[in-house]
Design a protein around this ligand. Structure first.
Ligand code: DX5
Ligand code: ZN
Length: 206
């Protein structure tokens, strides 16, 4: 099980948190970007993120919770980004965004909110490298895992496609991890970053 760690909810400030994550064997640093439109909260500017990620050599798994993903692609292409993920709900022409992300040599992910059905992703699945299944409403760390989302992992699995990784984001901890064993990756924020020993928490998830 791959683990991507989100730093938005932590006992420490962003730089310190990212430095601690860097010292673990986490596979990715998950960067949550909130624009105050698609989700209520607005968190970081690109300038801030650019400074924060200097604290790590981890590859970035960037989760755009933003109304207009196009606006962010060029910027994040400048960083150590492996996956750039946009929300299906935010665009009229997903293919255009997929192509734009790929044009920078970056892998593309699409995320769906709890209310969005997997079937809506169908036309794009062969073209992308990650599906990010939200297991909480996007917008904040520290929320409770929604067990109804487990079915989405199985639905994606039964398609038999191997070009994309299935990641689950929200409310992942040492108990809920057992529900998502079929996924390829989990995003974990508060479970790791509110603890005193990040590596120990990651070990529990793996
Ligand atoms: C939610 C974010 C998640 C969140 C995960 O809007 O996309 O990445 O930070 O945090 P936890 O693990 O605390 O649910
Ligand atoms: Zn996220």
């Amino acid at each position: 099980m791959k683990v991507s760690v989100s730093f938005i909810k932590s006992k420490y400030n962003e730089r310190e948190t990212i430095r601690f994550i860097d010292q673990t064997n986490a596979d990715y640093l998950h960067v949550d970007v909130m624009d105050g439109k698609f989700v209520t909260e607005k968190n970081y500017t690109f300038g801030q993120i650019k400074e924060y990620v200097k604290e790590t050599s981890k590859k970035l798994d960037v989760h755009l919770m933003c109304e207009n993903p196009h606006k962010y692609i060029k910027d994040f292409a400048l960083l150590n980004t492996e996956y750039l993920i946009f929300h299906l709900e935010t665009v009229n022409n997903p293919e255009e965004i997929i192509n734009e992300i790929h044009s920078y040599g970056i892998k593309c992910g699409i995320s769906i909110k709890p209310d969005t059905e997997v079937i809506k992703l169908k036309p794009y699945l062969e073209k992308i490298e990650q599906v990010l299944v939200m297991s909480v409403e996007p917008g904040a760390g520290g929320q409770e895992f929604m067990p109804e989302m487990i079915q989405k992992i199985d639905d994606l699995k039964t398609l038999g496609l191997t070009n994309f990784l299935i990641s689950v984001d929200g409310g992942i901890n040492e108990s809920t991890i057992d529900y998502v064993r079929n996924a390829d990756m989990v995003v974990s924020g508060s479970f790791v970053c509110l603890s005193d020993n990040y590596q120990e928490q990651i070990n529990k998830l793996r």
